[in-house]
Ligand binder design. Structure first.
Ligand SMILES: [Zn+2]
Length: 415
């Protein structure tokens, strides 16, 4: 049976969003958490950007380096880079990074051909640039190459078919349908994807934006249409729905909808490997890292997702939570009581010293071998605090402790 898998793009589309930014350490922690949730892939950034090179290579290395439990730090998450579908860009990406999965993007709509490329390229030119880039990627050692049709929802279907078939012929494995402006609706995308699945016969990836509030619905409608035609589908999500303008499809919403909506829950299309019990933690981590609080009505992870106050609702939820809750909070990893310190606090950071550092780590049950170990860790913690511009989280402190060499690489930026 065809399957729907999630490729999260928080570290690419999410991070390229106006007004927000992540440090390389934060991006790495997000990849590790996505991996722990059994998410299939992470589009982790831009292998053409010099400031991403060391981060991308360090993350690829984390798929080989064992954690303290003897398993690789990143076990199964497929790390994918985004590049323009330009052979010269692909060459640089593969020369500078160890990424083995590339998504090659080029505009396909008449609007963009005329008004972005200013008529410089014909449709044949677009296909040639894309196939040249695909071949360059495969010859350069790429294992999986996806082709992204930017503005696919405003592209006529016959051209998308030609684009997909030419890419497939050149060796691309996935066609990404980008609803770049959030123009589709669930009905249009379902029809268009079903037709493409039949005509092109290759796995389809849904990349939907939320300009009309339809990103989740469109992603699901498209992915289900592909699966109904027997073709595997991928959905691009972001944590908390961050992304260009009104954002991308929210990760938690997509998974919950496929698991719990009235008919889709019966289809069995969703990748069974996904574990949402880390979702609460990840949503909060990403919210803090971006400095974007989670709206109280956010699906699954908002403060009100399981809150009941009005008389009839509270009474009903107390009698049987299924009266007013569609899914259990435990599924999202919620339910624990969080400790909040109200007395003395000892923190560590860019101006911290060894005593404070040892105290903070002792609360995580981590001790230092000797003075040199303490000094080296303190050095990294200072730089990490400087890069993140905020107090380090438990995940970050543990990562620095267990993987100091990788942490050092993530903290090294040389303009
Ligand atoms: Zn996008």
């Amino acid at each position: 049976m065809a399957k729907i898998r999630i490729v999260d793009v928080t570290n690419r589309d999410g991070e390229q969003t106006a007004r927000i930014v992540l440090s390389k350490l934060q991006k790495t922690i997000i990849n590790i958490m996505l991996d722990q949730m059994g998410i299939y892939g992470s589009e982790l950034g831009f292998p053409l950007s010099p400031h991403e090179w060391e981060y991308i290579n360090a993350n690829v290395d984390l798929t080989q380096i064992n954690d303290h439990d003897g398993e690789p730090v990143i076990r199964q998450l497929r790390l994918e880079g985004w590049s323009r579908a330009v052979a010269a860009d692909v060459e640089v990406a593969l020369r500078k990074t160890k990424v083995k999965n590339l998504n090659l993007s080029i505009s396909t709509s008449q609007q963009m051909l005329e008004w972005k490329f200013r008529g410089k390229f014909s449709r044949d030119d677009i296909i040639k640039m894309m196939t040249d880039a695909v071949r360059t990627a495969l010859e350069g050692g790429c294992e999986v190459v996806g082709i992204n049709a930017e503005d696919a929802s405003r592209t006529d279907l016959e051209f998308l078919k030609d684009f997909g078939l030419a890419g497939k012929e050149a060796g691309a494995q996935i066609l990404r349908y980008c609803d770049t402006l959030g123009y589709d609706d669930p009905f249009s995308i379902s029809e268009r994807i079903a037709w493409l699945a039949r005509e092109v016969g290759m796995p389809l990836e849904l990349h939907c934006h939320n300009d009309l509030g339809l990103a989740v619905a469109n992603s699901i409608a498209g992915a289900v249409a592909a699966c109904d035609e027997g073709v595997d589908a991928y959905i691009n999500t972001t944590v908390n729905g961050v992304g260009e303008r009104a954002g991308n499809a929210d990760l938690v919403s997509v998974v919950l909808a496929l698991r719990h909506s009235s008919q889709l829950s019966q289809r069995g299309y969703l990748d069974e490997g996904i574990d949402l019990t880390k979702a609460w933690r990840l949503a909060n981590y990403v919210a803090d890292a971006f400095g974007l609080p989670i709206p109280i009505n956010q699906v699954g992870v908002g403060a009100n997702a399981f809150a009941h106050e009005s008389g009839i609702h509270a009474d009903g939820a107390l009698k049987d939570r299924s009266n007013y809750e569609l899914y259990d909070f435990e599924e999202l990893g919620r339910g624990q009581t969080e400790e909040r310190r109200t007395g003395r606090e000892i923190l560590t950071g860019q101006h911290g010293g060894t005593s404070g550092l040892e105290y903070v780590y002792s609360r995580l049950d981590l001790a230092f071998r000797d003075a040199e170990h303490t000094r080296q860790t303190l050095h990294l913690v200072q730089y990490a605090n400087l890069c993140n511009q905020k107090q380090l989280t438990e995940e970050e402190l543990r990562f620095i402790y267990h993987h100091p060499d990788i942490a050092r690489r993530l903290l090294t930026l040389t303009p």
